[in-house]
Design a protein around this ligand. Sequence first.
Ligand SMILES: [Zn+2]
Length: 217
Amino acid sequence: MKITIGKAADNDFVADHAEVSRHHACLVREDDGGYTLEDLGSTNGTFVNDVQIVRKRIAAGDRIRLGDSYEIKLKDLLNAANDYSEEFAALKPIYDNYIREKIRIQSSNQFKTRLFQALPFAIPGIIGVLIGFAGKGSATWFAVSLLITVCAPIIGIYFGAKQSAKIPEQLQELTNRFKIDYVCPKCGTFLGEIPWESLKRKKQCPMPTCRARWSAE
Ligand SMILES: [Zn+2]
């Protein structure tokens, strides 16, 4: 997690003060949970306990100052945290999985639908051959053979339709789950069907009231 500090509006912590540079400094949370303050080449410098620093680990109670007179409390900095890059990265497998599952449901159902429709057409062919051997010109066997041939496509269409009716149901279930999981980590708004890569390029939540930042590049 990273909190950027400066005069420019795109900082997490906007400090509108004459001695503060546009992109003055940043506070980084380390893997062990501690915080490091870093000066970003500011004009008037960054100070911790009145000593100018380039990069320094911050302890509770340390006094942070930008330039000669702009003091900031660590607590206020942490409240300005708006970096959701870690949480956003976790949305990638959710999106990828959704697309993969959607394609899988559609294609597997298509295959099953065709199979159900095609199978009964093939069966009477086989039965017809068998009846041809067994019945040898009998009128009854001919009628049975005819009945099977007529009924087979109807049965095929019935099962095919039944199978394809499952598609919306399964897709609905998948979409419902996606709507719960594919949301902005800050404001919880569903991010729609916007591909993860496109969202990454936007660098922040598309909701104007949120603007959670998830890409520093
Ligand atoms: Zn948001």
